[in-house]
Design a binder for this molecule. Structure first.
Ligand code: PLP
Length: 395
């Protein structure tokens, strides 16, 4: 029977499924409790303001007069308006009808490619979260990876002389934690305008940006002529299980705003009313304070992990814009080998850098989305590692 042969071009399983399998195998062998710093899922619960609003929304659904059926495919006006206001508060003009509510960023990284058509030439700045690239490969697009490195802060410069239809950029970046400067992002925006490309800007970690760095692609001049921004409430509002996010498609970027509305007609029945009310609640004063507190909590976790790595004399990307720590394996050991070693010796599960496409080999990623006790325990266990042993094994 016919099937999509592009599946054969993907790795045998998704990076986080591979990890889950290794953790399950290790559990079967027994030993110390496994601390999972691999997948970027959250362990801390929802904010109370979200939960309260979702309870009210459930109650509305119980009563015939206030019951809601299918939501508007583009999202409820109340939430699109709040998101638009948030941009305006940051001096960026985004109208409510340029905001599309989604069930999170992952699906959106793939769905968006239907706006560009088949056989698009697509560039990914790597290492990066692999979902968008895998979706493009499945769709049969021509996918190119351009790797960053320690030398350029994991963000390469635009490849003038080459032309792509679409450029995916993730900043703050998962896994490296690097955040584009205004200058670097400006280079990419200018390149996109010069070469007629669209930037798909994955901004899922925008709440982690601090200091004088761009919190949105639209804070760079003329980006509203060439960029689509994808965001998520997963990491900011703790919505990995609730599912809600948004995509901004300015009307000034070609036909895509109109096409997205048409796309919704045939491909989407919207996002749950309850989720959208839960998200709306976080745009309140109390909600914003909760986000700030939570972000600081995760950032402190990341700092604790960095100190442990520093004591081990391992290189790590010293950025303050991320809930992840991206570190280099010792003695040139492959990232797969090192992650397996860590799991075996210390029962710490971390993510293999090689799972984040090109440029990730030789690195590993630790997530700071854990309760403080687990982070402190991780730091203790890391102190136990004998790097000399790894060097001997690798000789
Ligand atoms: N984009 C990046 C860079 C991510 O790291 C993730 C999840 O880890 C996602 C998108 C997916 O987010 P969501 O939970 O909204 O689907």
């Amino acid at each position: 029977m016919k099937y999509n042969e592009n599946f054969e071009k993907l790795p045998k399983s998704y990076v986080f499924s591979q990890m889950a399998q290794k953790i399950a195998d290790k559990k079967k062998r027994g030993g110390e409790r496994i601390i999972n710093l691999g997948i970027g899922d959250l362990k801390l619960p929802l904010f109370e303001c979200s939960v309260n609003q979702m309870k009210i929304a459930c109650e509305e659904m119980r009563i015939e007069k206030t019951f809601k059926g299918y939501p508007p495919a583009e999202g409820y006006e109340f939430l699109r308006q709040k998101i638009s206001n948030e941009y305006i508060d940051n001096f960026i003009s985004v109208a409510p009808d340029e905001v599309f509510i989604t069930d999170g960023a992952k699906g959106q990284l793939g769905n968006i490619l239907e706006l560009f058509g088949q056989k698009s030439r697509v560039l990914f700045l790597t290492p990066c979260y692999p979902a968008g690239a895998e979706a493009n490969i499945l769709y049969g697009n021509e996918v190119t990876f351009l790797s960053g490195s320690q030398e350029n802060g994991f963000f390469p410069s635009p490849p003038y002389g080459e032309k792509y239809d679409v450029i995916y950029i993730c900043s703050p970046n998962n896994p490296t934690g690097s955040c584009m400067t205004y200058e670097k992002l400006g280079e990419w925006v200018n390149y996109a305008l010069f070469s007629g490309s669209v930037i798909v800007y994955d901004n899922a970690y925008s709440v982690f940006v601090s200091g004088d760095f761009p919190k949105s692609v639209y804070s760079v001049k003329n980006a509203n002529k060439c960029a689509i921004e994808i965001n998520s409430f997963s990491k900011s509002f703790g919505f990995t299980g609730i599912r809600c996010g948004f995509t901004v498609i300015p009307k000034s970027v070609g036909e895509y705003n109109r096409l997205q509305k048409r796309w919704l007609g045939c491909r989407c029945n919207g996002v749950s009313y309850i989720s959208q009310r839960g998200a709306e609640a976080v745009f309140s004063r109390i909600g914003r304070e909760e986000v700030k507190r939570r972000v600081n909590f995760y950032k402190t976790n990341a700092e604790i992990l960095k100190i442990a790595l520093k004591n081990l004399k391992l290189w790590y990307n010293n950025t303050v814009h991320s809930p992840y720590v991206f570190a280099k394996t010792p003695h040139g050991v492959s990232s797969t080998e090192f992650c397996e070693y860590l799991l075996e010796k210390t029962s710490l599960a971390v993510t293999d850098g090689a799972g984040f496409l090109t440029g990730g080999e030789g690195y590993f990623r630790l997530s700071a989305f854990l309760p403080r006790e687990d982070i402190l325990e991780t730091a203790d266990r890391l102190e136990r590692i004998d790097l000399g042993e790894i060097a001997t094994q690798n000789r």
